[in-house]
Design a protein around this ligand. Sequence first.
Ligand SMILES: Nc1ncnc2c1ncn2[C@@H]1O[C@H](COP(=O)(O)OP(=O)(O)OP(=O)(O)O)[C@@H](O)[C@H]1O
Length: 297
Amino acid sequence: MNASTVVKANNLRKAYKNKLALDGTTFEIPAGRIVGLIGPNGAGKTTALKAMLGLIPFEGSLNVLGLDPRSQRDELMRDVCFIADVAVLPRWMKVKEAIEFVSGVHPRFDRARCERFLQGTQLKPDMRVREMSKGMIVQLHLALVMAIDARLLVLDEPTLGLDILYRKQFYQRLLEDYFDEQKTIIVTTHQVEEIEHILTDVMFIRDGKILLESGMEELGDRFTEVLVDADKADEARRLEPIDERALPFGKTVMLYDSRLSDGTPSGVTAERLAAFGETRTPGLADLFVATMKGTYA
Ligand SMILES: Nc1ncnc2c1ncn2[C@@H]1O[C@H](COP(=O)(O)OP(=O)(O)OP(=O)(O)O)[C@@H](O)[C@H]1O
């Protein structure tokens, strides 16, 4: 394993009764990345995170920060911070008690740093969680989490149930106040659009298998979306788009992969596609939908 590799998963398998939650799951995450693990309901996202955190038994080889999460979990947890959901703080807890608690359980928690984060908010040490708005709970959670100096931060749907303003704020602060090249963040979400701009890498997962693993910049080189006029649609379709959707006035957006499923070039380049209409890099949400439709299965 390369020294800068944070997670190396090879052929993970996890069966629940009759369901395979992880099915040959293979991926690698280098240090200093913000990776989005994106997939539909039941795809295996949480199971993959639980495996990385040593919370469940599974088959296959998995190395996280040079350690085996199954046998070296305690050691691993010194360098990993995990938040399941921002709404897990007990309602009776005061801000100062939450700080006390985290400082007791996490050796890398920096109380002064946490307090600095809180200075910019309306939160006061004696305020209880039940007196806070959802946004204030997010602020408290962020302050607690970002004061932990972890090499790997694992976030499972961190903004579930919160409104868009707070979700945006959460990701922005994560990027600006927490992330640096020594740290790695893995985040799962369904809300692709709002994390797209902070991700450096993306992994699409379905039925326990990684369907696409790529840097965000490479996605732009690999996939092209074309706004095709009605009279050129048939010709464009012959180049086998991986997905298409109709727009008003007879136009169609077609999405192309410049690679075949075995990774070799398909010959369908952006230059060639420009003959059919305006080309651009697809958004992550459209790429996700196209991928989930089964082209790569
Ligand atoms: N404790 C469990 N017992 C039985 N089946 C489980 C258990 N946990 C997960 N599963 C099954 O494993 C599959 C993967 O679940 P997982 O929670 O990893 O999906 P997910 O991608 O996180 O989904 P979501 O986006 O809905 O949270 C699902 O089919 C789920 O029903």
